[in-house]
Every structure is written in structure tokens, then in C-alpha cells.
Design a protein around this ligand. Structure first.
Ligand SMILES: [Cu+2]
Length: 138
């Protein structure tokens, strides 16, 4: 998963660490022709105190974190920030569930990379470049 050469180029993912927090499996998808897309990753808190995600930006533009809630046959998106991550717990973003929704100033294309910044209440900002995959490539 971490850049092993046999992987399809569209399936790359990134990660980063900040103190006891780590982000793994991070990637973005862009809905052609852009500039709107979604991003997914897992945040793990290995510390012994909770920390809270206050905000997120993608490509230098403030983005949202949403949860998909089922309401009968309807799926609604609800904003979830700020969101606490308990000590020893993870927050998993995945297609159809919690996700980041972003809109960049210029359209991004598959193969590009976008800067993801997560702002935590205690740890501060965690920055990393995330690869852009074609829409639908999970
Ligand atoms: Cu959304």
C-alpha cells in the first residue's frame, strides 16, 4: 500500500503523522470536470487524551466533513465538525460514509496531488499531499 511498485497508478494513497495522530490511506477523488470532489482517509489517535478535528482544507480552500445518514430510502449529508477522536480510537472516512467534500480554486485531475490540511484542537495542523484518483476508484 505504501508505494509498492506493483500497484495500479490510480490506487495510490498517502499519509502523515503529527505526534500521536496519524493519517493513513489518504486519497482524493475528483468528479469530472472538477473542481469538486471528495477525500477519504483514516485518522488514528494513539495518545491517551482525545483530540478534536476542528477543520479541514483541500488545495488551500476550506472544505467540509460530512456524514451520510440514511433516512428510509434517502441518504442525507450532515456536517460533523468539530469531531472528537477518543484516545486509542480512529475516525474512518470511506465512500458512502464519512467523507471530506471539497471544491478547489482550479480543477484537479487524476494524477495530480492536492494538499490536505487537518486542524486539530491540541495537535495543531497536519498537512500532507494526497493523490487524486479518477472518480469511482476506491
Ligand atoms: Cu458531502
Amino acid at each position: 500500500m505504501l508505494g509498492c511498485g506493483g500497484e495500479a497508478p490510480g490506487a495510490s494513497a498517502a499519509g502523515g503523522e503529527l505526534g500521536v495522530l496519524s493519517v493513513t490511506g489518504a486519497y482524493a477523488m475528483v468528479a469530472p470536470p472538477g473542481p469538486t470532489g471528495s477525500a477519504y482517509f483514516t485518522i488514528t489517535n494513539r495518545g491517551d487524551t482525545p483530540d478534536t478535528v476542528l477543520g479541514v482544507s483541500v488545495g488551500g480552500v476550506q472544505a467540509s466533513m460530512h456524514e451520510v445518514r440514511r433516512d428510509g430510502d434517502l441518504a442525507r449529508m450532515a456536517p460533523i465538525l468539530p469531531r472528537a477522536i477518543p484516545a486509542g480510537d480512529s475516525l474512518v472516512l470511506r465512500p458512502g460514509g464519512i467523507h471530506v467534500m471539497y471544491s478547489t480554486a482550479r480543477p484537479a485531475a487524476p494524477g495530480d496531488s492536492l494538499e490536505l490540511v487537518l486542524r486539530f484542537a491540541l495537535a495543531g495542523p497536519l498537512r500532507m499531499p494526497v493523490p487524486v484518483r479518477p472518480f469511482g476508484v476506491e
